[in-house]
Write a protein that binds this ligand. Structure first.
Ligand SMILES: [Zn+2]
Length: 260
């Protein structure tokens, strides 16, 4: 990881990873149990740097704690675990509310129900070039119930990866033209499948929220990829394949390995 050679970051990493933080990751990141020793060590480094470099703000009466910082950082950095030279560069600050909040912002990159008027409560929001807003009760719920395939941190930080290309079009930066072409082909198919299913009132593998627009599609698919990887690999293997190639991670294989 080239970015770790940065001198400022080396200073951050000179501090040993606190034992309490390790417990926070084990409790607050359901995927932690499936990571091997090398992956855990890399995630510790990413988490430590992320906690130190971002500005953290408790909102709506929430008192900011290490538990919140480390849980959010660990979940967000899981997305980066296999990616070289990809960072959440446009995220300076993370705002955490205790519960779902009402926001004056429009539907852009919001999570939860479709926000038409901006008056409905939301669980999270990623603003282009701005902060990520999260709600602590949604974060703890998803850590306890990965089987539901909902994770507000994966969701909002997937939006942030999408935004790295300058547009929110459900396509994060791809390594090659071939990878991009396959991504567009598979994701367009899968997106239309969700939209058609939702239009006919049918259940689809991905939550119907993935059919709101292509940006939401990628964010929702990311949640399922990390929380229900074996189910996704079985039900939507092509989608699993392009996400696997992009994230350079195989969470389904990890789950299978740690289940034996
Ligand atoms: Zn969203």
């Amino acid at each position: 990881m080239g970015w770790l050679r940065d001198r400022r970051r080396q200073k951050i990493l000179e501090h040993p990873f606190p034992a309490e933080w390790e417990q926070i990751l084990a409790a607050g990141l359901s995927h932690w149990q499936h990571l091997d020793l090398d992956e855990r060590s890399r995630l510790r480094c990413l988490t430590q740097v992320f906690v130190a470099e971002k500005s953290w703000e408790g909102c709506g009466g929430l008192h900011m704690t290490d538990e919140i910082r480390v849980t959010v950082a660990g979940q967000a950095c899981l997305l980066l675990l296999g990616l070289e030279n990809v960072e959440f560069t446009d995220v300076d600050s993370i705002l955490v509310y205790p519960h779902a909040v009402k926001t004056p912002e429009g539907p852009h990159a919001s999570y939860g129900s479709v926000v038409e008027s901006g008056s409905l409560p939301i669980l999270g929001q990623a603003l282009s070039g701005g902060p990520v807003l999260l709600t602590w009760d949604a974060i703890t719920k998803s850590a306890r119930h990965p089987e539901r395939g909902h994770n507000v941190v994966y969701h909002e930080f997937a939006h942030k990866l999408d935004m790295l290309t300058g547009t929110i079009d459900g396509t994060p930066p791809m390594a090659t033209k071939e990878q991009l072409d396959l991504w567009i082909e598979v994701c367009t198919d899968e997106f239309e499948r969700v939209q058609t299913g939702a239009g006919q009132g049918k259940r689809t593998f991905l939550d119907a929220y993935a059919g709101v627009n292509v940006g939401e599609f990628f964010a929702v698919a990311t949640e399922y990829f990390f929380d229900l990887p074996r189910e996704m690999r079985r039900e939507r293997p092509e989608l699993y394949g392009v996400l696997h190639d992009f994230y350079r991670q195989d969470p389904a294989a990890r789950e299978t390995r740690s289940a034996v």
